[in-house]
Design a protein around this ligand. Structure first.
Ligand code: ADP
Ligand code: ASP
Ligand code: MG
Length: 414
């Protein structure tokens, strides 16, 4: 019989009724003879509410206290689910990150898991008890609660599955699996039976929030078998009806494009009238790197006659204010006084992802032509081996997604 890690996201535990539904799913797997550890998120909306309380006290709050506050939602659901399981005659106990312990680094609000002590867990399994683990949280070397970044319960589940050597990690959510595009935006999106780790990693990193990027990174590295499936369907994970993450050689069908994503988390900055001399890019990006501001897409135009250049790049929207203030300091300190800055948050990044791109030419051109046919202007382009991303005006995001979905033949025929 299998050793399973079952993870339930916010909508799956949004109400007491939903938690009872989750308890039925866990009970079904246990009664079928499987051993299960469960990872839960906070009830839908709770983490957002907790984050906004912190913002209201102070936008520049202490990250350690932020973690103390925002980790609390998962504590509630772990206890409630343990009770619901006990009511069904199943031996269950809740576990907070510090109790296991899930050891992380000290980067509060975006901590990385460094180690999970599985000793107590293995005892739980041996005693046939279900461990209900609060996702999203761990403990720093100083013994303080940390959180793993938004959507981090996925990573808690995959890390736990890797640590205990689970046969499968089932990620239960509010959609039936991983789709070719966000089904909430593109109704014709198709559910995929399989997707390879590399593609899922790219899709997650450019906006498919169904799995946190780090959870896919970890699944790929540790070779964890992950399935994404709906918590609202009748079937449980052992009936295998969701989307399986597999290695590239296990893929049964290799599509040219597997997925199209949209991210509204970026802001665009344009610097005009920069001197076109060696070292300018380092002067701009050095202080941003020091402040851990992640610069993503970059484009530079050279105007040879004036010896001036324009530089456009994107940063996380949440870091826009910080970027502006860092840049204003650089202007003073680095002799860039003549330069002007424009910024905009009304942008969306649309990406196409597929391993088929490695062996086919013209894939990016089809994207550019499709957007051109719809009159959508592209501000910035970036590519990787299996991904092309474009930055466009946010108001065109949905139109672009639907047009590209049709152009690459991904629309569900049903
Ligand atoms: P949970 O609370 O279960 O962790 P999330 O809200 O984090 O769920 O992730 C599930 C959501 O991800 C879906 O409701 C869907 O709108 C969104 N999503 C975005 N892109 C995709 C995709 N390619 N496939 C499936 N879902 C996607
Ligand atoms: N509750 C956390 C969040 O909303 C973690 C998670 O749900 O994965 O980001
Ligand atoms: Mg999530």
């Amino acid at each position: 019989m299998a050793l399973l890690v079952m993870k339930f996201g916010g909508t799956s535990v949004a109400t007491i009724e939903a938690i009872e539904n989750v308890a039925n799913k866990v009970a079904a797997e246990v009664r079928a003879g499987h051993s299960a550890a469960v990872v839960v998120s906070a009830m839908a909306g709770v983490t957002n509410q907790l984050v906004s309380y912190c913002q209201e006290i102070s936008p520049l709050h202490d990250a350690r206290e932020y973690d103390a506050v925002v980790s609390s939602g998962e504590q509630v659901t772990s206890g409630l689910l343990a009770m619901a399981l006990q009511k069904r005659g199943i031996n269950a106990r809740s576990w907070q990150g510090w109790q296991i312990p899930i050891l992380t680094d000290r980067s509060h609000a975006k901590a990385r898991i460094e180690d999970i002590d599985t000793e107590k867990f293995k005892q739980q399994f041996a005693g046939n008890a279900v461990a209900v683990v609060a996702g999203f949280q761990g403990i720093s070397p100083e013994g303080r609660i940390t959180t793993l970044g938004r959507g981090g319960s996925d990573t808690s589940a995959v890390a736990l599955a890797a640590a205990v050597g689970a046969d499968r990690c089932d990620i239960y959510t509010d959609v039936k699996g991983v789709y070719t595009c966000d089904p909430g935006i593109v109704p014709k999106a198709k559910k995929l039976k399989q997707i390879c780790y590399e593609e899922m990693l790219e899709m997650a990193s450019v906006g498919a929030k169904v799995l946190q990027t780090r959870s896919v990174e970890m699944a790929m590295k540790e070779n964890v078998c992950v399935q994404v499936l709906s918590s609202f369907a009748d079937a449980v994970g052992s009936d295998l009806k969701g989307t399986l993450l597999v290695s590239e050689d296990e893929l049964m069908e290799k599509a040219l494009i597997s997925g199209i994503t949209c991210s509204r988390d970026d802001a665009k900055i344009t610097l005009r009238k920069l001197p076109d001399t060696p070292g300018v890019a380092a002067k701009i990006f050095g202080p941003l790197a020091e402040a851990s501001v992640n610069v993503d897409m970059i484009v530079q135009n050279i105007a040879a006659d004036t010896k001036m250049t324009d530089l456009t790049f994107t940063v996380p929207r949440a870091d826009l204010e910080r970027t502006i203030s860092i840049f204003n300091k650089s202007i003073k300190n680095e002799g860039l006084e003549g330069c002007e800055m424009e910024h905009s948050s009304d942008v969306a990044k649309i990406s196409i992802v597929g391993i088929g791109m490695r062996s086919h030419a013209g894939v990016a051109q089809q994207m550019f032509q499709t957007l051109a046919d719809k009159g959508i202007n592209i501000h910035v382009i970036s590519t990787s081996e299996i991904k092309v991303s474009v930055l466009i005006g946010e108001e065109y995001a949905e139109l672009a997604l639907r047009a590209l979905h049709t152009a690459y033949g991904l629309d569900d025929a049903a």
